[in-house]
Every structure is written in structure tokens, then in C-alpha cells.
Design a protein around this ligand. Structure first.
Ligand code: FAD
Length: 478
């Protein structure tokens, strides 16, 4: 396992900085360390076959990553350097590249998922057999998994005490972006894969945010100036645009979580509520580190035996946004159109899939990973296990969201549903969240006949709730 310890006053002739999900120059401890200790610094990016074609392929994410990496290359060129590109298995291409440029070390930002650990272990071993080493630094999280530990000396399984302990830890200062980087002239820059190689279109595959660090920093600046203070009151409003929309930037490391946290941390309910969400991100990454098995099965072992429904029509209706529940459909269509979904909507559709349809949360997790630009193993898995009640949350399993009440509460004017479900345009607000209750005359007047212009609900919430309670009690008590 690579160490996070910067370790003494060692100096290197040449250091490779291997960028992964830390595609930025500001507050990049691995890059800063390389610059301060090495005569030459060689930036590298690897298009990893396993991630491009692996368990979670996603054009939105690959497109955003590719364009952000290209913009990182540009930013490096502005400083006298460039991003070297290789394609293949990191365990082969990274040691080969390190040998090619005569590097003593390869520096990375430490990463936490099972694949990342395996990959870095293999790369580290291969480098060592060649007399070089892999050094991991912080940067993807604010605090490392070893640093946030309970009084009993182990990891936390509940968020609130984790948050309390997390906040006690000192925050380091954020690092500036380097002004210039010395580059040896000889290294082959490599060939950037084409969009066709990456199996993504030239243009953004959906209505995605502007890629790259600069755009992310602009978003952050705007958010801190004009969104943050009202976060606590607007964050759950589905139509309000009241959240930061920085999740893809945090996932790809266009922004440093430490910098975001430090700049957001100030007096007020908005900043406090916002900082708390950033700690949820840390929590789920720590859970993933301590319990890598969550990527395959439930955090709470008793739910291993759940009798999930295999109804393929239900699942396809959920994916397509045609369940007949307007708020669920609006959210699923928002995902397809933008590669992002509001957090409250993620909770509603997650509860609907796992409780109303009784479909395995792992199918929802996979669908989200296929479309989210912010698709993040730790946060997505944590979110899904939370809604499915199989995860770290101490609440009992019977938290089942009523999609109509959720919609009335968090989309009170119907603006979210109307934006994404145009078939319901003419439906009056009083019926918008449960259009099946319209009489025949009302349907005709609204220009929306249920079953023809918009689907009948695929489940009856009251019945589905009873079915879910029975299924969850069976495994809990069995
Ligand atoms: C079923 C489900 C799946 C999810 N999948 C993902 C995912 O793949 N990637 C992802 O980044 N988030 C995921 N989340 C968490 C959350 O929905 C998103 O982070 C948030 O909607 C992103 O929008 P934002 O940047 O405007 O969030 P804001 O409300 O502005 O929050 C700021 C940042 O805090 C972090 N954050 C906020 N809420 C959470 C949370 N509940 N858990 C972990 N981190 C959080 C994110 O990094 C986010 O960008 C999921 C939640 C659920 C319920």
C-alpha cells in the first residue's frame, strides 16, 4: 500500500506525477511535492482499459474526463510542461513510462476503491522491482481513513459521530497552483485517443457542465458568492437550482475538497449545511476503504437474503421515466438529459425502485453509474445502500418515501415535473403529482389521457409499501 506520508527531505532527479481523478493544478499535494523535490517533473495521464470498458462504462463520465484531461494538458502547457498520455493497463504502462523518462518515483493522489487499491498495489510492485517507487499523497479527500477513528479505535459506521470526529481534526492550508513546471525535453508525449477510441461522441453526449478546472473554479466562485448562504433553505427544492452542482468537479478532482470546504466554511446555516454534505462524501469514501465489500453486497449482512423482484418491465419503466409517478419520471428524465440528478430526486427514485418496486438496489446503482457525470463508486454506493436501508444509516428499514407526498413537499409549484414531463403540461397543479386521479373529463380538458398520453402508475404505493414491509421484515427476522 502506498504511503500518504510525505516522508522527510528526500530529493529526486525525476518524478512522474500520474493524474487520475485529480485533474487540477490548484491544491494538488502530489504535484506540489514533486515540484519541490524533483529536478524534473513529468505529468502523465493513462487511459485505463479496465475503467473505459469495465464494470461501470459511462459516456458522460468518459467524455467529461477526456475533455477535462485535455484542458489540464493546456494548463500545463501554459506553465511550460504538458500532459503525457498513454493507453493500456497501468501496471504495464506506468512502470514502462517511468523507465522511459528515468523517473525515481511516481507520485499520485491516494485513491480508495477496490479497483484503485488493486491497481496501485500492482503498479507499486512493478515499479519497485525496477528500483523505483509509487508515492501516494492526499488530495482526493480532506482527511484520510486512518485519521477519523472512533474512541474504540475503529472506523465509524454512523455519520453523526463521524462528522463530530472529522470536524475536530486540523485543516491544512490549500496549496497554490504552480507558476511553472520544468519538463525534460525527451519524453514522448504519446497519442491522445480519439472520441471513437473512447466510444464517446465529439459533442457532449448530454447537457453536461463545462469540463476542466477553470470552469469548475468559476462554478465554485459563483456558488460561494450567490448560492451558498441559502443552501439550507433551498437545497431540497427540486426546481430551485439551490445546490452547488459541483459533484462532477469533486469526483474528477477539478476542485480540491479541502479548498471547497475551507472556502465554504463560514458563519451561517447555509455554509454549515453545505460543509456537512461535503463530509458525507468523506464518510462514504472511508466506508468504502474500510469495507470494500460494499461494492458487491449490502453493508448490513442480514440483507444478503432479500427476495428482490425480477420484474423486468418495472425496471425498464423506471429507467425510462415512465412509471406513471410524475416526480419519479421527471427525475429519471433529468438524469438522461443532463447526466445529473438532484439529491432529493435521487432519494425519491431510489426509494421507489427498492421499496415500491422491490428491485435490487444494485440495479439502480448500475443504472446511475451508467449515466451520472459525477458517478462515484463511494457516494453512489453509499446513497443506494442508504435508500435501500441496507447501509450504514442507523434508521430502521421502514423508511419508505411516498412519492406523491415527496413531490407535494419538494416540488410544491410543480415546476420540476413540468420541466421534465411535458405530457403533463396542461394538468392542473392540484392533480399534477397524482394525475391518475383526474376524472375522464379532467383528463380530456388537460389534454392528457392517462394510459394513452401518460402511463398509468405501475404500482399502487399503499400496496407496494405493505409488500416492502413484509419483504424487509422477513429478512430482518429470518
Ligand atoms: C441513490 C443516490 C446516489 C448518489 N450517487 C452519487 C454519485 O454517484 N456521486 C456523487 O457525487 N454523489 C452521489 N449522491 C449524493 C448526492 O445526491 C450528490 O452528491 C448531489 O446531488 C450532487 O449535487 P451537488 O453537487 O449540487 O450537491 P450539493 O448539495 O451542492 O453538495 C455538495 C457536495 O457534497 C457532496 N455530497 C452531497 N450530498 C452527498 C451525499 N448524500 N453523499 C455523498 N456526498 C454528498 C457531493 O460531492 C456534492 O457535490 C447520491 C445520492 C443518492 C441518494
Amino acid at each position: 500500500m502506498p504511503s500518504s506520508d510525505p516522508g522527510g527531505g528526500e530529493r529526486w532527479r525525476t518524478a512522474v506525477v500520474w493524474f487520475r481523478r485529480d485533474l487540477r493544478l490548484h491544491d494538488h499535494p502530489a504535484l506540489a511535492d514533486a515540484i519541490s523535490r524533483a529536478g524534473m517533473v513529468v505529468p502523465l495521464f493513462v487511459f485505463d482499459d479496465a475503467l473505459l470498458g469495465g464494470r461501470w462504462p459511462a459516456p458522460n463520465r468518459v467524455w467529461f474526463m477526456d475533455r477535462s484531461a485535455r484542458l489540464l494538458d493546456q494548463a500545463l502547457r501554459d506553465r511550460g510542461s504538458r500532459l503525457h498520455v498513454r493507453t493500456g493497463r497501468p501496471a504495464e504502462v506506468v512502470p514502462r513510462f517511468a523507465a522511459e523518462v528515468g523517473a525515481d518515483v511516481v507520485l499520485v493522489s491516494r485513491d480508495y476503491g477496490p479497483y484503485a487499491r488493486l491497481r496501485d498495489g500492482q503498479v507499486g510492485k512493478a515499479l519497485e522491482s525496477d528500483g523505483r517507487s509509487l508515492r501516494a499523497r492526499r488530495g482526493i479527500l480532506v482527511h484520510e481513513p486512518e485519521e477519523v477513528i472512533s474512541a474504540a479505535g475503529g472506523p465509524f459506521s454512523v455519520f453523526t459521530p463521524f462528522h463530530r470526529a472529522w470536524r475536530q481534526l486540523p485543516l491544512r492550508d490549500a496549496l497554490d497552483a504552480p507558476r511553472s513546471i520544468d519538463l525534460p525535453g525527451s519524453a514522448d508525449p504519446g497519442t491522445w485517443p480519439s472520441s471513437a477510441d473512447l466510444r464517446v461522441p465529439e459533442r457532449p453526449p448530454a447537457d453536461l457542465p463545462e469540463p476542466g478546472e477553470e470552469a469548475a473554479r468559476d462554478r465554485l466562485g459563483r456558488w460561494l458568492r450567490s448560492g451558498l448562504d441559502d443552501y439550507h433553505s433551498r437545497r431540497d427544492d427540486l426546481a430551485a437550482d439551490g445546490t452547488s452542482r459541483l459533484s462532477q468537479d469533486l469526483h474528477w478532482g477539478l476542485l480540491s475538497p479541502l479548498e471547497v470546504y475551507r472556502r465554504a466554511k463560514r458563519e451561517g446555516r447555509g455554509p454549515a449545511a453545505y460543509c456537512r454534505q461535503l463530509v458525507w462524501r468523506e464518510f462514504y469514501h472511508h466506508v468504502l476503504w474500510h469495507r470494500p465489500g460494499v461494492t458487491r453486497g449490502p453493508y448490513l449482512a442480514q440483507f444478503e437474503g432479500m427476495a428482490w423482484s425480477e420484474d423486468e418491465d418495472d425496471f425498464q419503466a423506471w429507467c425510462a421515466g415512465s412509471t406513471g409517478y410524475p416526480v419519479v419520471d421527471a427525475a429519471m428524465r433529468q438524469l438522461m438529459a443532463t447526466g445529473w440528478m438532484h439529491n432529493r430526486a435521487r432519494l425519491i427514485v431510489g426509494s421507489f425502485l427498492t421499496k415500491d418496486l422491490l428491485i435490487d438496489w444494485r440495479r439502480g446503482e448500475r443504472h446511475f453509474m451508467a449515466h451520472l457525470t459525477d458517478g462515484d463508486l463511494a457516494n453512489n454506493n453509499g446513497g443506494w445502500q442508504w435508500v435501500a436501508s441496507t447501509g450504514t444509516d442507523p434508521q430502521p428499514y421502514f423508511r419508505i418515501f411516498n412519492p406523491v407526498l415527496q413531490a407535494e413537499r419538494f416540488d410544491p409549484n410543480g415546476a420540476f415535473v413540468r420541466r421534465w414531463v411535458p405530457e403533463l403540461e396542461g394538468v392542473p397543479l392540484a392533480r399534477l403529482h397524482e394525475p391518475w386521479k383526474m376524472s375522464g373529463d379532467e383528463q380530456r380538458a388537460a389534454g392528457c389521457v392517462i394510459g394513452r398520453d401518460y402511463p398509468s402508475p405501475i404500482a399502487d404505493h399503499a400496496e407496494a409499501r405493505q409488500r416492502a414491509l413484509a419483504a424487509y421484515s422477513a429478512v430482518r427476522n429470518g
